[in-house]
Design a protein around this ligand. Structure first.
Ligand code: ZN
Length: 425
C-alpha cells in the first residue's frame, strides 16, 4: 500500500495535526449549537445520533459549551430504551451582544444576551451632526462602558459590538465612506478601528453596518412579517434609508452600498437634499423635510423622537399646517414606494422609523398613490405595513447579527464567558 493510499484510507477519527484538530472542534461546536437551536431539549445521545459524532465527543463539546453558558442542562427525560437522560437547551446568559446606533441627533445602545433577552438600553441626545467624529466616538465608548457594566452585573461578558451608521459603509474594512447628514469629516473614516482603539483593543469584534440594513434584518427576524422571503424596508429618520432582503439574505450590491433609496431623484428641480443634490426622495419625505414644511423655523437640532411626538400632538388637535404637510408626505411616500414595488415586486413593504408613528395620517394617501403607480394591478398582493419596532430597529438588528455570528462559530467566544465565570467564582 502506498503512503498516499494509507492517507486516503485513514479513518476520520484518526490522528490529525493540531491545526486540523482545532478546526474540527470549532466546526463540531457550531454543529452542536445548530442542532440545539433547531430542536431544543435533546439529550447528548440524540445529538450524537443525528450529528454522526460519537457520544464521548458530544459530551466533551457540551461540557465546553456549558462552561461558557452557551448551553445548559434543562431537565431529565426518560428514554424508551436504557437510563433516563439529561436534556440540553441553548442558554446564552454568559455572553452579551452590544448594538450601538449613531443618529443625527442622538446615540443609543442596547445589550442583549445570547438568547436575545434585553439586558439594558440607553439613549443620549447628542449633536452628532454638528461635532467631529472624535466626540461621537468618545460618547459611544461611554455608552459601551455603561452597557458593559450592566452586562457584568447580569453575569455576561461582552462578545461583540455592532455599530449602526447613517451612511455608506464598507463593512469589510470598517469604514464609513460617506454620511450625508453628518459633518463632512465622516468620509472614509475608519470608525471600527477608532472605536476599538478607544476601547483599548478589546478581545471581541467591533463591526459597523448601515443602519437601514440592520433595521431590515430586525424586521426580517422580529417584525410582524418576520421571515417574509422578499422584504423591502424603508425607514423615515431625519433622512430616508432602505434595504432589500431577498430569500432571507440582505441584498448588498456590488460594493455594499445598495438600498440608498432616500437619494432616488423624484424631481431634479425639487428641494435641496443633505447629499448636495436636489429633488431626492428624502428631501420630500424625510423627517427634516416634514418639520421644515410644518414650520420653516423648526429647530432641527432637537431629539427627532421628540419632534415626531410634537407632530403627532399637532395632528391630533387638527393643526392645518401639520395635516397638510403629512398629506404631502403620504403622497410622496406612495410615489417613491411605487418605484421600489415596481422594481422588486416584494411580498411585503415595511415602513419604519417615523413613518410608522404617523401611519394613520399618511397610509390612505400613500396607498392610493401606490395603486396608481404600480404596474401590477392592486399591487399584486404586496402587503404594505408599518413597523412595530419603532426606533429600535438598528439596535435589534445589530445585536441580532452579533448573536448570529457567535452561534455560527461559538469556539471563537467560549473563552470570554468561561473567563468571566472564573473571575466571578
Ligand atoms: Zn440626496
Amino acid at each position: 500500500m502506498s503512503s498516499i493510499q494509507a492517507g486516503v484510507n485513514r479513518p476520520l477519527g484518526g490522528r490529525h495535526r493540531p491545526a486540523d484538530q482545532a478546526a474540527v472542534r470549532q466546526s463540531n461546536l457550531a454543529l452542536v449549537v445548530r442542532q440545539l437551536s433547531a430542536q431544543p431539549l435533546r439529550s447528548r445521545a440524540s445529538i450524537a445520533a443525528s450529528s454522526g459524532l460519537n457520544k464521548a465527543t458530544v459530551s466533551s463539546l457540551v461540557a465546553e459549551l456549558i462552561e461558557a453558558r452557551i448551553v445548559r442542562e434543562a431537565g431529565i427525560r426518560s428514554g424508551t430504551i436504557g437510563r433516563p437522560s439529561r436534556t440540553l437547551e441553548l442558554d446564552g446568559s454568559g455572553l452579551a451582544a452590544i448594538g450601538l446606533e449613531i443618529d443625527v441627533e442622538y446615540v443609543a445602545g442596547l445589550a442583549r444576551d445570547l438568547a436575545g433577552r434585553d439586558i439594558h438600553s440607553t439613549t443620549r441626545v447628542f449633536d452628532v451632526a454638528g461635532r467631529p467624529p472624535e466626540a461621537t466616538v468618545a460618547e459611544l465608548v461611554s455608552v459601551v462602558k455603561e452597557l458593559q457594566t450592566r452586562a457584568h452585573s447580569a453575569g455576561a461578558e461582552v462578545a461583540g459590538i455592532m455599530v449602526a451608521v447613517p451612511g455608506l459603509v464598507d463593512i469589510g474594512h470598517g469604514l464609513v465612506m460617506r454620511a450625508p447628514n453628518l459633518d463632512p469629516s465622516w468620509r472614509e473614516l475608519p470608525l471600527a478601528a477608532r472605536i476599538r482603539a478607544a476601547l483599548g483593543e478589546p478581545p471581541f469584534p467591533v463591526q459597523i453596518e448601515n443602519d437601514s440594513n440592520l433595521s431590515a434584518l430586525a424586521e426580517y427576524r422580529e417584525g410582524e412579517d418576520a421571515y417574509a422571503s422578499q422584504l423591502v424596508y424603508v425607514t423615515g429618520q431625519f433622512g430616508v434609508g432602505g434595504a432589500v432582503i431577498i430569500e432571507g439574505q440582505l441584498h448588498r450590491g456590488a460594493l455594499g452600498f445598495s438600498g440608498e433609496v432616500g437619494h432616488m431623484v423624484i424631481d431634479e428641480a425639487g428641494p435641496a437634499c443633505g447629499c448636495g443634490r436636489a429633488g431626492c426622495w428624502e428631501a420630500y419625505v424625510g423627517l427634516g423635510a416634514l418639520l421644515r414644511r410644518v414650520d420653516p423655523r423648526w429647530d432641527l437640532t432637537v431629539d427627532p423622537r421628540e419632534a415626531v411626538e410634537e407632530i403627532v400632538r399637532r395632528a391630533e388637535r387638527g393643526d392645518d399646517a401639520t395635516l397638510r404637510a403629512l398629506r404631502d408626505v403620504g403622497k410622496w411616500l406612495g410615489i417613491g414606494a411605487s418605484i421600489l414595488v415596481n422594481i422588486f415586486d416584494p411580498e411585503v413593504l415595511v415602513l419604519g422609523g417615523y413613518f410608522a408613528r404617523v401611519g394613520r395620517w399618511v397610509y390612505e394617501i400613500a396607498m392610493s398613490e401606490l395603486r396608481q403607480h404600480v404596474l401590477a394591478s392592486d399591487l399584486r398582493g404586496c402587503r404594505v405595513t408599518f413597523s412595530a419596532l419603532g426606533f429600535s430597529g438598528p439596535l435589534r438588528g445589530g445585536t441580532g447579527l452579533v448573536i448570529e455570528r457567535i452561534l455560527a462559530d461559538p469556539a471563537a467566544f467560549t473563552h470570554l464567558a468561561s473567563g468571566r465565570r472564573r473571575a466571578r467564582t
